[in-house]
Design a protein around this ligand. Structure first.
Ligand code: FPP
Length: 247
């Protein structure tokens, strides 16, 4: 019985988030420069997006470039930005053929102009697609996102449009980059690291975490199915006890 056929399509996570990690180590293992790993990681992005869309997952968020990644050597940052520009440009047609909408979260204004423009163009060209939203986290960090949200809420308080007592869970949620999206129920991280690395800290409050030792460039559809099956075998209690879930 294939892994895919074991998945219960009625109990899929609506939103899966992925920390794509291990490109550099993968390249090193091959005796290559780090960017070779990033280039090969694109195949894994394609496979994961295809697997998610084929199953019927509605949102797939990929951590492609963090705020902290700007501190990497200049050569690597430039090569990563070039790779993003080319990949987004080359994949737009496939996204449209597969009815997938591209979105992005993060401090997009900090991206190089050509990357920002390519991204905007791809988002516009895929805006009418309805099968799945592929969300790229670019120049993103959760602390940055929460600071932006707090600033916007504080301005509304100062302007008198909301009162402090009205600030609740929904207020914060509505001011994050992910406003309008369901929270991810599953977060996958490759490469054996067990960290959250400033990724969707608010949104992952109740997510299940799945860690695999596979390095990102080796991640394939079967690995994604394995993560989904693992998720489906867990009991999600949201602070309750088992008996409350069955009654
Ligand atoms: C982490 O591996 C990976 C990244 C910082 C970049 C991810 C980018 C891609 C897969 C390229 C294209 C992506 C899209 C969405 C078009 P690492 O460099 O931290 O690896 P290491 O931990 O082994 O050093």
């Amino acid at each position: 019985m294939s892994l895919k056929s074991q998945i219960d399509l009625g109990r899929l996570p609506r939103h899966v988030a992925v920390i794509m990690d291990g490109n550099g180590r993968w390249a090193k293992q091959q005796g290559e420069e780090r960017i070779f790993g990033h280039h090969n990681g694109v195949t894994s992005v394609r496979e994961t997006a295809e697997a998610a869309a084929e199953l019927g997952i509605q949102y797939l968020t990929l951590y492609a470039f963090s705020t902290e990644n700007w501190n990497r050597p200049k050569d690597e940052v430039e090569a990563l930005m070039e790779l993003l520009v080319h990949t987004i440009h080359n994949e737009t047609k496939t996204l449209n053929e597969n009815n997938i909408r591209l979105e992005a979260i993060g401090d997009l204004s900090s991206l190089p102009k050509n990357c920002f423009n390519e991204l905007q163009e791809a988002m516009q060209k895929t805006a009418a697609n309805t099968r799945m939203k592929l969300v790229l986290a670019l120049s993103y960090s959760s602390k940055w996102e929460i600071i932006q949200a707090v600033k916007k809420i504080a301005s509304s308080v100062v302007a008198g449009s909301i009162s402090i007592d009205d600030i609740n869970d929904s207020t914060i949620t509505a001011h994050l980059c992910t406003s309008g999206m369901p929270d991810p129920e599953l977060m996958i991280r490759t490469s054996g690291e067990r960290r959250i690395s400033n990724f969707l800290l608010w949104q992952l409050s109740y997510a299940e975490f799945y860690f695999t030792p596979k390095l990102w460039p080796d991640f394939r559809k079967e690995d994604f199915y394995e993560a989904i099956l693992n998720f489906q075998n867990r009991e999600r209690r949201f602070g309750k006890i088992s008996e409350q879930l069955t009654t």
